[in-house]
Design a protein around this ligand. Structure first.
Ligand code: HPA
Length: 285
């Protein structure tokens, strides 16, 4: 096995790097201009299977794009029409714990923005910190907490995307949240809102960390989503975030956490989740 370079001084991309990559992606997709970027979490990639006449672009073909290595994460963009909207779906997302920088994790968001997308729908598997939640439940994100973890916006600001000091008061789009909730209600699925607490992973949290996260206001905990939504808000995208509680967080129940239950719960939720996403896209404006 070859040696890998870790903790090297990060190379920072400049606006032209993003533009070049976005132009490549659009060309690869035959000039397709997305409205929505869909980032689909662990095992939730099934939504992408419903895209009509899908166009595909592999991550490894796109300049500056890193590859996803996490279980349940394929590595391609799938583009096309879904419930009447032009979507660009990521089958497989990037995580900081894979060794990518926060900027690299958020890279596809900026790529999609330059390709034309003005909305981000982002989903993830998470642990339930709020003890009234149950595995299998979908939670609409109302906000995030990302305290000391690395940030995709550090380094020289790229003003073409957004301002140096960006406002985060309205991170998740109020209309999208309401719409998703009403769609759940129509299908008799109770959808509660919650705050996503970001940890970098890759290890699950300790029970003491989960108690601290609860005191700090986190309802769910996970190892994704924060870098992407920070970058998306910076470049002015509207955002819907939905978490699937795949397990109760460490220490809530007297049992260890495993990777298998995360993928098992995602598999069980797949059909309902796909249905809700299609309803959402159909009604969203
Ligand atoms: N913690 C962090 N990330 C997760 C969890 C968890 O308990 N479950 C699924 N993703």
């Amino acid at each position: 096995m070859q040696a890998v370079l870790i903790n090297a001084k990060e190379m920072r991309m400049v606006y032209d790097d993003y533009k070049r990559s976005a132009e490549y992606l659009v060309r690869q997709l035959g000039g397709f201009e997305p409205q929505y970027l869909l980032i689909l979490g662990s095992g939730l990639g099934g939504v992408a299977n419903a895209i009509e006449n899908p166009l595909r672009a592999r991550y490894d073909a796109i300049p500056n794009m890193k590859l996803s290595t996490a279980p349940g994460h394929a590595g391609e963009f799938v583009a096309g029409t879904l419930a009447g909207k032009r979507v660009l779906a990521m089958r497989g997302r990037l995580h900081f714990y894979e060794g990518h920088s926060a900027e690299e994790v958020a890279f596809p968001v900026r790529l999609a923005r330059l390709a034309g997308a003005d909305s981000l729908v982002i989903t993830n598997a998470c642990g339930g910190v709020n003890t009234s939640y149950k595995p299998g439940q979908l939670i609409i994100l109302s906000d995030i907490i990302k305290l000391a973890a690395p940030n995709p916006l550090t380094g020289p600001n790229i003003p073409e995307f957004g301002p140096r000091f960006n406002d985060m008061s309205y991170l998740f789009d109020a209309k999208y949240r309401e719409l998703f909730k009403s769609i759940g209600a129509k299908r008799d699925i109770e959808l509660r809102e919650g705050v996503y607490f970001y940890t970098t992973g890759p290890q699950y949290e300790t029970p003491a960390e989960i108690r601290a996260i609860r005191i700090l206001g986190g309802d769910v905990v996970g190892m994704s989503t924060a870098p992407e939504v920070i970058a998306a808000r910076h470049c002015g995208m509207r955002i819907l975030g939905v978490s699937l509680v795949t397990n109760m967080a460490a220490g809530v129940l007297d049992k260890p956490l495993g990777e298998k239950e995360v993928l098992d719960e995602a598999e069980k939720a797949r059909d309902v989740f796909t249905r809700l996403m299609l309803d959402f896209l159909e009604s969203a404006s």
